[in-house]
Design a binder for this molecule. Structure first.
Ligand code: HEC
Length: 192
C-alpha cells in the first residue's frame, strides 16, 4: 500500500515536471571545429526570445526555411555580413561557396550545423558572428543561404520530404520576394 502511494506520487511529480513525453530537450550546440560546447550567453539578449529561435533551439530545424517573408531581411543581412567573403550569391570568394553540395564541414548541410558555424565560427577568417548578428538574424541569414542553393535536391539534408517536392534550385540572380508586411514576423522586418 505504502509502495503504491509512493509510486503514484512519483508519477504525479514526473507529470508536473513535464516528462519526456510532453517536452523536448533543447538541442546541444558545439563549435564546428573544436567540438567545444557553444554558450548562447556569448550573444546579447536580443533575438533569443523570438518564436523562430525558441523553435530552433527545441528542434534543430530553422522555421524560416518555410517563411518567404523573412528572405528579404535575410538577404540584406547576408549582403552586409557574409557576401564580402563568401560572394554575392554565396558562390565563394576568400571563403568557400555556400551554394553547392560540397561542405568542408559536412554538418553544415543541417540547420543545426550551419547555425553552429555561424554562431561559433570555424577557422581562420571565419570568426564567430554572435557579436555582429543576433541568433534570430542568424536563422534569417541561414534561410537566405539555403535559398541560394543551386545543386541537387537529394543532397539538401535540411529539407524535409514536402520541402524537397517543392524545391527549385536558385536561378543565379533574382532577389528575395517582397515581404507582405501583414504576414512578416516582427524579427524579420527589413530595417530602413
Ligand atoms: C572575413 C571573412 C568572412 C566572413 C565575414 C564570413 N566568413 Fe564564413 N568563412 C570564411 C572562411 C575563410 C571560411 C573557411 C574556414 C574554414 O574552412 O574553417 C568560412 C567558412 C564558412 C562556412 C563553412 C563552409 C563549409 O564548407 O563547411 C560557413 C557555413 C560560413 N563560413 C558561413 C558564413 C556566413 C553565413 C557568414 C555571415 C554571417 C560568414 N560566413 C561570414 C570567411 C568569412
Amino acid at each position: 500500500m505504502i509502495n503504491r502511494i509512493v509510486l503514484a506520487a512519483g508519477v504525479a511529480a514526473f507529470a508536473l515536471l513535464g516528462g519526456p513525453a510532453t517536452t523536448q530537450a533543447a538541442i546541444e550546440l558545439h563549435n564546428t571545429v573544436t567540438g567545444e560546447p557553444l554558450n548562447l550567453d556569448d550573444a546579447g539578449p536580443e533575438g533569443r526570445d523570438t518564436e523562430a529561435f525558441k523553435s530552433f533551439i527545441e528542434t534543430g530545424k530553422n522555421p524560416y526555411n518555410n517563411e518567404p517573408n523573412c528572405l528579404a531581411n535575410g538577404e540584406q543581412l547576408y549582403l552586409g555580413m557574409c557576401s564580402g567573403c563568401h560572394g554575392h550569391v554565396a558562390e565563394g570568394k576568400i571563403g568557400p561557396g555556400l551554394n553547392d553540395n560540397y561542405w568542408t564541414y559536412p554538418d553544415n548541410n543541417t540547420d543545426k550545423g550551419l547555425f553552429e558555424t555561424i554562431f561559433g565560427g570555424a577557422s581562420g577568417q571565419m570568426g564567430p558572428m554572435y557579436g555582429a548578428v543576433n541568433p534570430d538574424q542568424m536563422l534569417q541569414i541561414m534561410a537566405w543561404v539555403r535559398h541560394l542553393y543551386k545543386d541537387g535536391v537529394e543532397d539538401a539534408k535540411w529539407l524535409d520530404d514536402a520541402q524537397k517536392a517543392n524545391f527549385k534550385p536558385y536561378d543565379g540572380h533574382s532577389h528575395a520576394p517582397k515581404p507582405d508586411p501583414a504576414k512578416t514576423p516582427e524579427a524579420c522586418k527589413v530595417s530602413e
